[in-house]
Write a new protein. Sequence first.
Length: 118
Amino acid sequence: MAYFAAVFAMGFVLGVGRELVVRPRLGNLASIMVEAPAMMLACWAAARWVVRRFAVPVEARLRLGLVAFGLLMVAELLGSMGLRGMGPGEWVGHFATPAGLLSLGLFVIFAAMPRVVR
């Protein structure tokens, strides 16, 4: 929960800036590309902190990432339904777009990060 909460909070803050400032100027894909490095850094920092703070053994770190990934997918779906008016099928279909594929790649990095940090 701590890993998910930390990264989700950072994503929320950056996402508001992305949607209100960057996306109208550069478009959806470019705005995600601008945000991606900061989100990868947030994933790395949060994963490193959680692994150290809670002394998560190496064999449990992938599970930690997968549980956090599941929580993130639920939060993303609910947010897309509530804020963008997307249905579940439309949300899943979004991942077939270039912006959706980039987002999905970032989500996979988020899931893997607890396993790869030292």
